[in-house]
Design a protein around this ligand. Structure first.
Ligand code: GSH
Length: 206
């Protein structure tokens, strides 16, 4: 969801947003979201577009220039690493909810390994592709924000071996389109959810 909001903010596209309680999905939402998942964007009186990467490409395509490298090889490479980024979000989610310290450390090690693969792909920055913001930048930022929030409570230090990713994350989190991509009390909500998880990290927020 946040990936798409960052993209919309960056493009300065006007939009309205409805946040959904995923534990109690309203009927109107189930009517428009084919898989019952967020994000979903409704366009042209009833056509629903889902999958954040697809929404981002669509929004970018109708607000050119498209936020992807123009070269087909670079574009394909970006798309592949965007897909890879979804895996990082998944690992981070599992790490956040890990029940034991052992599981937490194993998932943190997995996250670090995944970040190392990304490190090999980045150039001199500041963005993934250099000087220009691209869709891959909005794609990785939610995981950067979550890592940042966890790091404020726990000594996570996941970027020790991936300085380029660390710099990329810090720069992305400083952008206005990123700062305004979440609700004002996002940090509180995030920590409440961590606390309720009953996992290893809950002790650091309760
Ligand atoms: N790959 C999808 C993932 C969508 C997804 O799993 N959304 C979650 C929230 S992050 C959701 O709506 N879960 C509710 C459910 O599965 O019932 C995307 O990037 O849009």
């Amino acid at each position: 969801m946040q990936r798409s909001v960052i993209t919309l903010n960056h493009l300065k596209v006007p939009y309205t947003i409805e946040y959904i309680d995923l534990s109690n999905k309203p009927d109107w939402f189930l009517d428009i979201s084919p898989l019952g998942k967020v994000p979903v964007v409704q366009v042209n009186d009833g056509i629903s577009i889902f999958e954040s990467a697809v929404i981002n490409e669509f929004v970018s395509e109708i607000n050119p220039p498209v936020l992807h490298p123009a070269d087909p090889v670079d574009k394909a490479r970006n798309r592949a690493w965007i897909e890879y980024g979804s895996g990082l979000l998944g690992t981070n989610y599992q790490m956040r909810n890990a029940k034991t310290e052992e599981d937490f450390l194993a998932l943190k090690a997995k996250l670090v390994d995944q970040l190392k693969k990304v490190e090999e792909q980045i150039g001199d920055g500041p963005f993934f592709n250099g000087e220009e913001f691209s869709l891959i930048d909005s794609s990785y930022t939610p995981v950067f924000m979550q890592i940042d929030l966890i790091s404020q409570k726990v000594d996570l230090d996941v970027y020790a071996e991936t300085p380029k990713v660390g710099r990329w994350a810090e720069m992305m989190l400083s952008l206005p389109e990123v700062k305004t991509s979440v609700v004002e009390d996002f940090a509180d909500l995030f920590y409440t959810s961590m606390g309720k998880s009953g996992g290893y990290l809950a002790q650091f927020v309760n």
